[in-house]
Design a protein. Structure first.
Length: 74
């Protein structure tokens, strides 16, 4: 009985370590994407919504998707 409990606790602990490692990698990738300077971008035309545009919240394509979902066509 104690072996089953130790095994289940070990599985939970191991999976949480894997999840934390995955989350830290994804978070560091996001921060590098956000704060790394790209020489191809024009910083004068960059708005404060550049992250939203990259994520699809402000681009023309996302507006087309929203219109299609609401039944207005593209």
């Amino acid at each position: 009985m104690i072996n089953i409990i130790l095994f289940s606790l070990g599985c939970i602990t191991g999976s949480s370590f894997i999840f934390l490692a995955f989350a830290s990698v994804r978070g560091s990738q996001f921060l590098l994407e956000k704060y790394t300077l790209d020489s191809n971008r024009n910083f004068k035309n960059n708005s404060h919504r550049s992250i939203g545009k990259r994520r699809g919240f402000g681009s023309n394509d996302s507006l087309k998707i929203v219109r299609k979902r609401r039944g207005f066509g593209a």
